[in-house]
Design a protein around this ligand. Structure first.
Ligand code: 9MR
Length: 339
């Protein structure tokens, strides 16, 4: 069957090493369909394979009530066929909204549409997607000056209660699934990051006070080598989550290397070292439920579009290079995950 899906991928290669913590990566549908060598890398190295963009609102419900499950279905059933895990990213986000949603201008309509989106998507995948990022990036970028909640259409129309509404709808529609809050900039040292961790813990408590279940926090892990990891701060954050009965996953590792030296091998070493510092801090608090990277090879990443390398180099943010060869970052990650 696999050969039919992707010529050239043999099942003989299809069993990644045994790990104490599963390793996953986000896969963009376009590349899944068009680049079999790239997709084979996921087959050969990932315990979890999940849609990068295909489960976002704009991909699923581009027009009201018209759901397109084909791309997400393709990746989820690919993971299933291989016996790998998968992950649902994401029901509610400030970004990736279709124009018809952006035009909603009343709280009642916003709530109706949000609940029906969650119900429809959760019911479609039922138990096949075992974990969902119920909300993504709802903490303000800078909670000291603009927080604690991030501005979004949902925030403007429904206020903080949009998060409660999303969690209540997800708990009902996906009763057996793990329910997560996913966010970035939770791992660094500094006042803005302290405020983000505090806002996240407050958000978890808020949901719990309302009787809503939160199972995990996703720490994205988009790392900037010029920003130090807050070792003690991250450890404390994970321990505080644990005290609230909440676990964590590392969901979107990549290294924003725009300010690193041009020399590729030096850059790769620095990126790997930084990922190691991050994992060291997190793992010393508690093992995550999984560690995932945002893509797998430097061939495809969002970083060159948003933060291109400043000295004219090509960005090298991921564990495998453009030619699908493992880099030091891959070895470092596997060292933490190995049993
Ligand atoms: O990498 C993703 C890019 O391909 C999409 O165009 C973009 C908008 O949907 O989202 C990017 O992924 C983001 C993720 O969903 C949430 N955390 C930050 C990621 C990088 O921007």
């Amino acid at each position: 069957m696999l050969a039919g899906v992707l010529p050239g991928i043999g099942l003989a290669n299809a069993s990644p090493a045994k790990r104490r913590v599963p390793f996953g990566a986000a896969l963009e549908y376009r590349h899944f369909i068009n680049d079999p060598d790239y997709t084979a890398l996921f087959v050969n190295h990932c315990d979890m394979i999940f849609p990068m963009n295909a489960l976002k609102w704009d991909a699923l419900q581009g027009a009201p009530g018209e759901f397109n499950y084909l791309p997400a279905e393709g990746i989820v059933s690919f993971a299933e066929t291989l016996g790998r895990g998968t992950y649902g990213h994401t029901f509610v986000w400030w970004n990736a909204l279709p124009a018809w949603v952006e035009k909603i201008d009343s709280a009642a309509k916003a709530e109706e549409v949000l609940v029906s989106h969650v119900q429809n998507v959760a019911a479609h995948f039922a138990a096949r997607v075992p974990s969902w990022d119920v909300v993504n990036e709802v903490v303000a970028h800078d909670p000291v000056n603009e927080g604690p909640w991030r501005d979004s259409l949902w925030m403007r129309l429904l206020g903080p209660s949009h998060v409660d509404i999303a969690f209540a709808a997800a708990a009902e529609a996906a009763p057996g699934a793990e329910l997560a809050i996913n966010d970035y900039d939770l791992e660094f040292r500094g006042a803005r990051y302290d405020a983000r961790r505090t806002a996240m813990l407050d958000l978890v408590r808020r949901l719990q006070d309302k009787g809503l279940r939160v199972d995990t926090v996703g720490i994205q892990g988009h790392l900037y080598p010029e920003v130090p990891i807050g070792h003690e701060e991250l450890e404390r954050f994970i321990t505080d989550l644990k005290a609230l009965g909440v676990g964590y996953r590392i969901t979107e590792i990549d290294v924003i290397d725009w300010k690193l030296p041009r020399d590729a091998s030096r850059r790769d070493d620095m990126a790997a070292e930084h990922v190691g510092n991050f994992l060291d801090a997190a793992f010393s608090a508690e093992l995550p439920r999984s560690v995932s990277t945002w893509g797998l090879s430097d061939r495809y990443s969002w970083i060159p579009d948003v933060m291109p390398h400043r000295r004219g180099g090509k960005n090298r943010p991921l564990p495998f290079d453009e030619n699908l060869k493992p880099k030091p970052m891959y070895e470092v990650i596997q060292r933490y995950l190995a049993s």
